[in-house]
Design a protein around this ligand. Structure first.
Ligand SMILES: Cc1ncc(COP(=O)(O)O)c(C=O)c1O
Length: 452
């Protein structure tokens, strides 16, 4: 019998619930605060921008939250996703490590983001919302919400970080193909965008700015809500569908990960894969090494401060306790657009502060090199974001080779790079460099943290 490469599940094995790590946290999360009163936010504070069902999930401590039937039906278009054993990469690296990856690039939008776009669109539609606004960095999230909008008959308006809007015209075409409206941010369509442009007319934008624009629009209109593609508890919750499937798939091949690895922009693909395993550990199960990998040019977990901060640049969002580089931080225009966010999911930050997650940062050049090594062995070109996870996995596999250790490594191949060919073209032509932010720039952005 040839050795198995892909472990696939039947559609009937699609999980019936998501996993909520809030049920198993050793200490509860710090409360989210109202930015005006600094009191914990209430569901009513959030009601102008999110549907009720999403607000309930955001605050829930139930361990299992059922996946509604219409969401499972939509998931079935591409889920369950395959779990690959990276046999060709293992061979190329001559490593005794067992490398597994959960391939989320098989979704119609090419990444893990539809895992939360679909339920968010469903809940909005069920509560009579007509339009959703959002931001997008790399374009993956905007594409996913555009797809979900088409599936649940919603108008979608996407503020796309200007640098990505210019680098990735096909992402815009993708969103428009599904009927969404895509605007380069900062834009002159909102007060938040106009304020940035007045000070920095050539601003390349950031997720923090684009979030301000999208939230502003949602807060203005009764029939419009806002959707976020990462960071918040409900987003991480929806992403656990990947980790729950991976648990069953690894059981089928009689293995268990020693290390779980994911890239982190806002924390959702990492958490989606890691939290079901971390939950098992917190309930007395096996100890796993959880590695969150971020870009050295936007080093939220490795160099940021664990403090209350705004989620956006225009200071319209509540205050959350998270690792942050400061809401005024504008990262350099490197290619992993989805990792250019100043903050981090509060759940990922909290578990990092408690010592359950080990963060690590890499420069983009070493990540592209790792991505190509992976692509040439496995035949899949990863999204530049995912290359960060690939790099950490290859490093660990080499360490295993040197130590003669056979560990099971599981990482989230959270997206393919088919819309990122300009990035690969630039890398192959030697046009990319590693940009770092200075301590002074970082200190300046952190000096604007709110006094809580
Ligand atoms: C392919 C891909 N990976 C990772 C990310 C980062 O987000 P998160 O950390 O929430 O998974 C993004 C965000 O846009 C993305 O598009």
């Amino acid at each position: 019998m040839p050795e198995t490469v892909k472990t696939v599940l039947a559609e009937s094995q699609l999980p019936r619930h998501w996993y909520n790590i809030n049920a198993d946290l050793p200490e509860p999360l710090a409360p989210v605060l109202n930015p005006q009163t600094h009191e914990p936010v209430t569901p009513d504070d959030l009601a102008p921008i999110f549907p009720r069902a999403v607000i309930e999930q955001e605050m829930s401590t139930e361990r299992e939250i059922g996946i509604p039937g219409p969401v499972r039906d939509a998931y079935r278009q591409w889920r369950p996703t395959p779990l690959y054993r990276a046999r060709r990469l293992e061979h190329a690296l001559q490593t005794p490590a067992r490398i597994y990856y959960k391939y989320e690039g098989v979704s119609p939008a090419g990444s893990h983001k539809p895992n939360t776009a679909i339920p968010q669109a469903f809940y909005n539609h069920a509560e009579g919302v007509r339009r959703i606004t959002t931001e997008t960095g790399a374009g993956q999230w905007g594409s996913s919400l555009a797809l979900a909008g088409a599936m649940f008959e919603l108008e979608i308006a996407v503020y796309m970080v200007r640098v990505s809007y210019e680098q990735k015209p096909y992402r815009r075409a993708f969103m428009e193909s599904f009927g969404a409206h895509c605007i380069a941010s900062p834009s002159d369509t909102t007060a938040a965008g106009r304020a940035v442009l007045a000070e920095h007319p050539d601003s390349t934008g950031s997720l923090g700015i684009a979030i301000s624009e999208a939230v502003e629009l949602a807060a203005e209109r009764e029939d419009t809500k806002y959707a976020l593609g990462s960071v918040l508890n409900h987003v991480l919750l929806h992403q656990t569908v990947a980790g729950l499937e991976a648990q069953v798939q690894l059981e089928m091949v009689d293995d268990y990960p020693d290390m779980v690895i994911g890239c982190t922009g806002g924390g959702s693909n990492f958490a989606g894969l890691a939290f079901p395993f971390l939950g098992e550990q917190l309930r007395g199960g096996r100890k796993v090494d959880f590695v969150a990998v971020e870009p050295a040019a936007c080093p939220t977990l490795t160099r940021g401060r664990f403090a209350y901060d705004w989620g956006d640049t225009g200071h319209l969002t509540p205050l959350t306790k998270m690792h942050t580089l400061g809401s005024g931080f504008v990262p350099p225009g490197f290619h992993a657009g989805g990792l250019r966010y100043h903050g981090m999911a509060p759940q990922v930050s909290h578990l990092t502060a408690l010592g359950y997650i080990r963060p690590r940062a890499y420069g983009q050049l070493e990540c592209f090199a790792a991505g190509l090594e992976f692509a040439r062995a496995e035949g899949i070109i990863p999204a530049p974001e995912a290359n960060h996870a690939v790099k950490a996995t290859i490093d660990e596999a080499i360490r295993c080779r040197e130590a003669g250790e056979s560990k099971a490594l599981l990482f989230n191949l959270c997206g393919h790079g088919h819309f990122d060919m300009q990035a690969y073209t630039d890398y192959l032509a030697g046009r990319l460099s590693d940009e770092h932010t200075s301590d002074a720039e970082q200190a300046m952005a952190l000096s604007g943290l709110p006094q809580v």
